[in-house]
Design a protein around this ligand. Structure first.
Ligand SMILES: Cc1cc2nc3c(=O)[nH]c(=O)nc-3n(C[C@H](O)[C@H](O)[C@H](O)COP(=O)(O)O)c2cc1C
Length: 189
């Protein structure tokens, strides 16, 4: 792949479900996260913190996530298989980064800060494409569970906004269809 332009990177980006075993270095991660900081940020609150999960932390999170998935499975053996599979999946990820928002006391600033954390995340997602890497944004109630907060060291006054999987894609899925933009634009005179 050559060097994609921004629109090209936008078009190539997918949520990647499977990664090769190629390791992602600390330098690669830090370089990508440095680009998150350049997102637009009203009042320059710089509300982000980044948590890079090593294998032990990913295992710990996998146990929590696995437990949450297993609760939806009646058969105990199947539930145990879900637990094991989830731990193995999280452990096998080349890299996982938690995007954390420092929560401002003012709800308006909090909302803007949430947006800026996601804009930073998108910088990372697109820059990753340019580096031949793939990403997957993961959210859900489990992120705010006390067990997750404890395992990842999320502090009081912070919100774990998303966990982003990162690695070299094993398989790149087709783009999911979007409705034509013309159906969503209202031009005002
Ligand atoms: C805020 C946000 C949260 C998401 N959370 C999840 C998630 O918890 N699990 C998941 O599998 N995908 C999650 N995704 C990925 C979307 O499912 C994915 O972007 C969508 O299916 C479109 O596919 P694409 O990213 O390949 O274009 C999330 C995406 C966003 C923007």
């Amino acid at each position: 792949m050559g060097t994609p332009s921004v629109p090209h990177a936008i078009q190539l980006r997918r949520s990647i479900k499977s990664f090769t075993s190629r390791a992602i270095t600390r330098e690669e991660i830090e370089e990508l996260l440095g680009l998150a900081l350049l997102a637009p940020n009203h009042r320059m609150t710089q509300p982000w913190e980044f948590i890079v999960l090593g294998p032990e932390a990913r295992r710990a999170y996998g146990r929590i996530k696995g437990e949450s998935r297993a609760r939806k499975v009646d058969d105990p053996e199947a539930a145990e298989a879900v637990r094991r599979k989830t731990v193995a999946q999280m452990e096998a990820l080349p890299a996982m980064v938690g995007f954390v928002q420092r929560l401002d006391a003012d709800p308006e600033i909090r909302e803007e800060d949430f947006a800026t954390v996601y804009m930073g995340m998108q910088n990372v997602l697109l820059a990753a494409v340019e580096r031949g890497l793939g990403t997957h944004v993961k959210t859900g109630k489990v992120l705010d569970a006390p067990e997750t907060r404890g395992a990842l060291g999320i502090r009081e006054g912070e919100r774990l906004v998303a966990l982003v999987h990162l690695g070299e894609p094993q398989e790149i899925p087709d783009a999911k269809p979007r409705e034509p933009v013309a159906t969503r634009i209202r031009h005002l005179p």
